[in-house]
Design a protein around this ligand. Sequence first.
Ligand code: SF4
Length: 749
Amino acid sequence: MKTACILCSQNCGIEVDLEGRHLVRIRGDRAQPASQGYLCEKAQRLDTYQNARDRLTSPLRRRADGTFEAIDWDTAIHEVAQRLSAIRDEHGGDRIFYYGGGGQGNHLGGAYGRATRAALGSTYTSNALAQEKTGEFWVDGQLFGRPRCHTSGDFEHAEVAVFVGKNPWQSHGFSRARVILKELAKDPARALIVIDPRRTETAELADFHLQVRPGTDAFCLSALGAVLVQEDLVAHRFIGEHTSDFATVSAALAAIPVADYCARAGLSEELVRTVARRIAAASSVATFEDLGVQQAPHSTLNSYLEKLLYLLTGNFAKRGAMNIHTRVAGLGGGGGGGRKTPVGGHRIITGLIPASVIPEEILTDHPARFRAMIVESANPAHSLPDSQRMRQALAALECLVVIDVAMSETAQLAHYVLPASSQFEKWEATFFNLEFPRNYFQLRAPILPPLEGTLPEPEIHRRLVRALGAIRDEELAELHQAAARIPTEGRGAYAAEFFRLTAEKPHLMPLAPIVLYETLGPALPAGAAQAAALWGAAHICAMTFPDSVQRAGFAGFGPELGEQLFEAMLTRRSGIVFTVDDYEETWQRLDTSDKKIRLAIPELLAELSRLPSEDPGARDPQFPLVLSAGERRSTTANTVLRDPAWRRQDLTGALRMSPADAERLGLADGGSARVTTRRGSAVATIEITDTLQAGHISLPNGLGTSYPGESGPAASPGIAPNELTALEDRDWLAGTPWHKYVPARVERM
Ligand code: SF4
């Protein structure tokens, strides 16, 4: 049976053999157009997600003593609607904050959740992107006109690939990552460049590894940009034709003392100059920045400097370089332009409240504080910075509703827990469609019926919207009639009726996912009602990118093109190529008025000018080490894998450190030590490795989740990284936390 791995954003296609409700054999689906049969080792462990002991099988209500009681669905939906609408009526719908909405392939719930939010008048949202990517999105917006002008690296064709704080060998991020990395590494005409304080698996393959000191990425990246300008290696023709404000940026980079910045970053100046020259000489360069710099000091500035590398060398809108990709739906929360958080006045980027300020927006007597939260397919009590403070904030809410498959750390704090069906028990899709020139989409059919007691998220939201009284039966009568005629007349008449109805009753438009689910859903083949919201997404995609959709093999214009695309989504179980782009298409997607890239970003050039006053080597004597909290390893995954049995090695997630630090502290491989930060302390097993430089230590992601014993109490093997991180350590602009730069000390036990 065809479905997809759900352990990272790649969602590689898989074929699964079942025994009862167990996923017993898993192999790559060669017909999936993106992954083409590729898998990493983690997909083999998916049964531990599907059959975890902490799967929820009944709605739960918290008693006054903190324990939970099982309640039936009708009671749960009625009480949740009543509690949330009471808060809306007394304080306003904006006091209800929505967090999550999916991740790693579990996205349809987020689409239907929009209707529940609309029914409640709740407009503030956030998700995991607000602790990773919002700084990069903001930079995209400044350079290219809008944050949705997100770029994608064409690594398959790039002569030079640059990975900045990114280890695709473990974290992937593009299709068939290990295959492409090996191709890059073995071809003497191409070059692989890695900027990372650790000697990662990708760095081991690299032609050039700029092993920066932790937290000095901005010095390294600005030194590279400075070499390009000072040695006149920039692409003058490209810059003249396609950009504005070059003189301002050039002046800023010309003033940078390259030798000094290289020294501060712990790098050889000669190596930095060689790398800059290699980038400038290449016929094509693709880059990828990730959490290593996005969760470190100067994170938004790092994004800007990384993008200047490819823009100053003209590696944009061409094969092997950076291009603006298509999408089936946007990733952010939508809107947010100029909006600030209601209590702290923090910048909201792509509609998402910064993860690090959420407690501040709750733990206050400010009248605009959040009083209730809906958390869907997310675990902020574990995944967001400073878990202690996050738990306090969640516990202070008047109502916390969690929709999830398992009893997560956040669910344990909820007033109501609504059990969702697993990703293999419902229709689901990935919206991480970030590739160029071919972009991919896969709608997955369920391979198992829902576990008893659970509901797919579309049905949970339908019941909530109905209980909130947002839709009346009689409003949909004519649309139901139009849907009944679909088998004989096709979807054309239905579409006309849908648009007539929503024009006449505009309050139904924000509720469209549920309107579609109730009316179009039953008319879809193979019981695919949960995919009804995709009908709108397919039409919007076809309207936004008609040439690209046609190039992908879909015929027709306007609504006909959208229908063809939707039909292919519904029926092709291995997924589809939904757009094929010409490289020139990227220019059409720029959203600046003159279609030029605006190179100067005043806020970040001001930050760049302040770098000389910084001493990146300075350390608090109490915390002389830098902890990278949340390293991606072959033995770690996101926390949807809660059963620790999925890991065969590194069971407790070792604290890695350099031989020099281990010797200085008197620690042996396999021994125990206490790691302490300004926020917390934990005991870890030590692993000594020369992949880390002295002064740098690392803990993996995904550990420290509680999991019930087979017959005894729950255990939490490993360290939950956010017990050690602090809310205050964050980017000044985007609020992204510095998980990769946590001041720490280690002591022998
Ligand atoms: S973890 Fe990611 S790369 Fe590995 S098989 Fe799953 S989706 Fe593919």
